[in-house]
Write a protein that binds this ligand. Structure first.
Ligand code: ADP
Ligand code: MG
Length: 389
């Protein structure tokens, strides 16, 4: 999925209102009726709305649905991307967007910068982009809400990622610094490191191996299991030391699949994380340890904190966690443990040096608050607003 930020400068203040109206309308309508967009936009001139609609459709932020029963538009992923970027820009978390550095099944990763030029990472969650249409399984928790579900679920994934990153960072774990979250996006610090997957040789694998396993144990001691602890989600910074050795410093990323140690399958996920590291070190570096474990039961004997419980209280509720888990399960989203090679992650290519694209977003009219600010945020993300029971 391309993120073409070039057109953002052509989005005028009234276009933002109309786009926001389309987003609001898509909570309850897969295809948002044009009169509803007009009404929700709060603009007095119907002509202005129609002009905006045609602008937005031209740059692909909304799309007309062919052969529909009534005249209407649906919000596209591009439209949602622009809304999120617009909010990040207003909040000064993002000033420009640069190159894509990662393409996952469920996300796109870009380098971005803030106003001071500091480089950061923008992660755009895209749940359901691949598997959605092929899924026929029972989805009673979301019946007939297919349009809102990709948006809502991607937003849940972003919220979850942000909340866990925040809690882990506060507890002293090596994770990126969380900077902002909006809709289906997360902004975090850029870790100047590459995935373990790209480290071909290691002088002393035992050291890093022990460190990674002890991270799994430390996570369990604060109530958490990563759930996707693999060579793609561990970034390794190589730091030369005075004695000629190279210190390998890990940073853990990618948290939408984290589970609590109270999860019914906690032990399974814990063992899977451990096995993932064991298998990888064996296959890649020819290293196997004589020591058994670590084991889930032992690791959860010394609970220091319950970050799983803290996160629940922070906004990413148990109910949201369940919905996201059910959706991921249904869509066969099971992390990148399968080891799919990613685009844009070549070892000798560092795309971070190229020129970024300034967003140049139109300033908001002062006397005229944007409808986004007046949006009821809770309602906007609450799928229980109209679900079929
Ligand atoms: P996905 O859910 O698609 O697997 P990840 O969060 O694992 O997304 O990110 C995919 C890739 O993007 C990573 O393997 C890594 O190469 C890069 N990446 C993600 N976050 C960062 C970051 N904060 N700093 C540097 N690189 C990152
Ligand atoms: Mg990943």
């Amino acid at each position: 999925m391309k993120l073409n930020v070039k057109n953002i400068r052509y989005v005028m203040p009234e276009d933002w209102r109309v786009l926001t109206a389309a987003e609001q309308g898509s909570r309850n309508h897969e295809l948002v009726p044009t009169p509803l967009i007009v009404q929700l936009s709060g603009l007095r001139s119907g002509n202005a709305v129609h002009k905006s609609i045609s602008n937005l459709a031209k740059i692909g932020l909304i799309a007309k649905v062919k052969n529909a029963k009534y005249d209407g538009y649906r919000l596209t992923y591009g439209g949602l991307d622009y809304l999120a970027l617009h909010t990040h820009t207003k909040a000064s978390t993002i000033y420009s967007v640069g190159n894509q550095i990662g393409v996952g099944k469920e996300s796109d990763i870009f380098v971005c910068a803030n106003e001071t030029g500091m480089q950061q990472v923008l992660k755009i969650h895209r749940l359901g982009r691949i598997s959605f249409r092929t899924v026929k399984a029972n989805r009673d928790y979301l019946r007939n809400r297919s349009s809102a579900s990709w948006m809502y679920m991607s937003r849940l994934a972003a919220m979850k990622e942000f909340e866990f990153m925040t809690a882990l960072r506060q507890a002293g774990f090596p994770v990126p610094e969380p900077i902002g979250q909006n809709r289906h996006t997360v902004v975090m610090s850029l870790v100047d490191a590459f995935p373990l997957r790209q480290i071909a040789t290691i002088q002393d694998p035992s050291e890093l191996y022990s460190e990674l396993l002890s991270l799994i144990v430390r996570l369990a001691e604060v109530g958490l299991i990563h759930g996707d602890f693999n060579e793609f989600n561990i970034l390794i910074e190589e730091k030369p030391e005075a004695d000629g050795k190279v210190a390998l410093i890990p940073t853990i990323i990618d948290f939408p699949q984290m589970v609590s140690i109270s999860h019914a399958n906690a032990e399974y996920y814990f063992d899977r994380d451990v096995d993932c590291i064991k298998r990888y070190f064996d296959r890649r570096y020819g290293f196997t340890s004589d020591e058994p474990g670590p084991f889930f039961k032992e690791s959860t004997k010394n609970i220091r904190k319950r970050l799983d419980v803290e996160v629940e209280a922070s906004g990413f509720s148990k109910k949201m966690a369940k919905e996201l888990e059910a959706y991921m399960k249904e869509h066969g989203i099971d992390g990148d443990a399968g080891g799919v090679e990613r685009e844009g992650q070549d070892e000798d290519e560092d795309p971070r040096s190229e020129q970024d694209e300034p967003l140049d977003v139109e300033p908001e009219l002062e006397s005229d608050p944007s409808p986004e600010e007046t949006l009821d945020e809770e309602a906007a993300i609450d799928p229980t607003a109209t679900p079929a029971q």
